[in-house]
Design a protein around this ligand. Structure first.
Ligand code: BES
Ligand code: MN
Ligand code: ZN
Length: 510
């Protein structure tokens, strides 16, 4: 999808898309009477409205052919040209007062799918402030919806469905710099989210730790302002990351630590945030082997890492005035003869000893060392993102990211960002009672806390290593993958919460 802003549409365009709102359709006018007049067709359109075919209700689509449009007026701009698009598509948004970012994003995704099913290569879409509100926000949401809704993953299909490249023109009447900026930002954030989806959707025999490392090196090479450092097995060992290495030791694939840096405020090192993504490229469970039905989704166990790596590229492009470090300690969790045993005790980078009660609780082990590394290197704020617990899916299902943390400002910023991006966040507790469940009889802490409050004890485990540093943990086990396509969210990898991380960093800059 190529999206650009236009003052007015190309005459003779193949499709013109017009939003309608249920509360704007009045008996005395045709739905779009305030936007333009359609030559000689008023009665015809009124009939469509009276018969209920154009009502403006959410999700409604009405496709008409060959209408000559005169007197085109929107956003207080009057256009002299007559328009004669081959087709005109009316798309209902429902009540305009309730039409928010999410409504526009979903409608735009619906439009992208319709255009594709019509095999069209270009279309124009009217962005009109009187029904949509703030134009730059509308541009952002619509562009994201077109990009994210147009996504499909067929890299591994031999007979690919022919994908046509679609040119979309957003008609804004007048082109302002702030509009261009909004479009540019949306293209950067949605491209990042799409890259994250691809990383997660690709199979685990392709996306292994080495692949994530090479992918990240490529990103850093393509983006001048994005720095990279790679930790190989020797370096990981020298750093003392024995909790991370314990997870990696059951696999023939070498682990790689990936550290990406955006130096947005070089003079003020304290102005920083660390984004730490879980990077288990395949989670078999290790010796505490998962049942087959639970293993099929485990190529997605690097979704947090994918979101961090791709968000870092977007962040370096958007260049906020804050130092951001993205860290992903990538490994497989496999059960070979050298694998970590149940009952092993490992010494983490922090010096704390950990009893391994279940090798399938591997994410928190890698995160414990990542958090310690961040603290030793001056982290002032930390967000970790992980497909951490099945219990998170039980608690919140597939529509909400669970957020745990010790800092209300960071929690609130993430939540507000998620409201804007549509990657919704729900606050979860870190109560003292469940913290006790992680106590070990033989080591400083153990890596499972039993069945009750499984996502809370997992968060507590990470919290033990975080200490007082402002921190939020996002458990994305329920939201990284979607079983079906819903609006701008495709079946398969969702790209969550890549765009929310970017938005949060932009809001935290100073
Ligand atoms: N990667 C899984 C969590 C997961 C489950 C993610 C379902 C996405 C969908 C994690 O490593 C795991 O296995 N967690 C265990 C922890 C338990 C052993 C304490 C779980 O949730 O069962
Ligand atoms: Mn696991
Ligand atoms: Zn896992």
């Amino acid at each position: 999808m190529n999206i650009k802003l236009m003052k007015s549409p190309k005459v003779g365009n193949s499709l013109l898309v017009v939003f309608t709102c249920s509360d704007k359709i009045k008996p005395e006018n045709v739905p779009f009477g305030n936007q333009f007049e359609i030559n000689g067709s008023k009665e015809f359109l009124k009939e469509l409205k009276d018969s209920g075919e154009i009502s403006g209700k959410k999700g409604e689509m009405t496709l008409l052919h060959s209408l000559l449009i005169e007197n085109f007026t929107f956003n207080s701009q009057h256009l002299d040209e007559k328009l004669h698009p081959k087709r005109i598509l009316f798309v209902g948004l429902g009540d305009s007062k309730k039409a928010d970012n999410e409504t526009l994003r979903n409608s735009a995704a619906q439009i992208a799918k319709k255009v594709e099913s019509l095999s069209l290569t270009d279309f124009s879409l009217i962005i009109e402030s009187s029904s949509l509100g703030d134009v730059k926000e509308s541009i952002n949401s619509i562009s994201e919806g077109l990009m994210l809704g147009n996504y499909s993953f067929d890299e591994f299909k031999t007979d690919k469905e022919k994908t046509i490249s679609i040119n979309a023109e957003l008609l804004v009447g007048e082109i302002k710099e702030e509009y261009e900026k909004a479009l540019e930002k949306s293209l950067i954030t949605s491209s990042a989210s799409i890259k994250a989806r691809n990383l997660v959707n690709r199979p685990p025999n392709v996306v292994n730790p080495e692949y994530l490392k090479d992918f990240s090196i490529d990103l850093a090479n393509q983006n001048e302002k994005l720095d990279i450092e790679i930790f190989d097995k020797n370096k990981i060992s020298d750093l003392g990351m024995r909790a991370y290495l314990g997870v990696a030791q059951g696999s023939t694939a070498d682990p790689y630590g990936i550290k990406l840096t955006h130096l947005g405020d070089p003079g003020n090192k304290e102005n920083n945030i660390w984004l730490i993504g879980k990077g288990i490229t395949f989670d078999s469970g290790g010796l505490s082997l998962k049942p087959s039905f639970g293993m099929i989704e485990m190529k997605s166990d690097m979704s947090g890492g994918a979101a961090v790596i791709t968000a870092m590229e977007a962040i370096s492009k958007l260049n906020p005035k804050i130092n951001v470090v993205g860290l992903c300690l990538a490994t497989e969790n496999m059960p070979d003869g050298g694998a970590q045993r149940v009952g092993d005790i490992v010494k983490s980078m922090s010096g704390k000893t950990i009893e391994i009660e279940n090798t399938d609780a591997e994410g928190r082990l890698t995160l414990a060392d990542a958090v310690e590394y961040a603290k030793q290197n001056g982290a002032k704020q930390i967000i970790d993102i992980a497909t951490l617990t099945g219990a998170m899916v039980t608690a919140l299902g597939h529509g909400l990211i669970g957020a745990f943390g010790n800092d209300n400002n960071l929690l609130d910023t993430l939540k507000a960002s998620g409201e804007i991006t549509g990657e919704k966040i729900w606050f979860m507790p870190l109560d003292e009672a469940s913290k006790k469940q992680n106590r070990s009889k033989v080591a400083d802490i153990k890596n499972t806390g039993g069945r009750p409050a499984g996502s809370v004890t997992a968060a507590h485990f990470i919290g033990e290593f975080v200490g007082d540093t402002p921190w939020v943990h996002l458990d994305i086990a329920g939201t990284a993958m979607s079983s079906s396509s819903k609006g701008w969210i495709p079946q398969g990898a969702t790209g969550f919460p890549c765009r929310t991380l970017i938005e949060t960093v932009l809001r935290l800059q100073n």
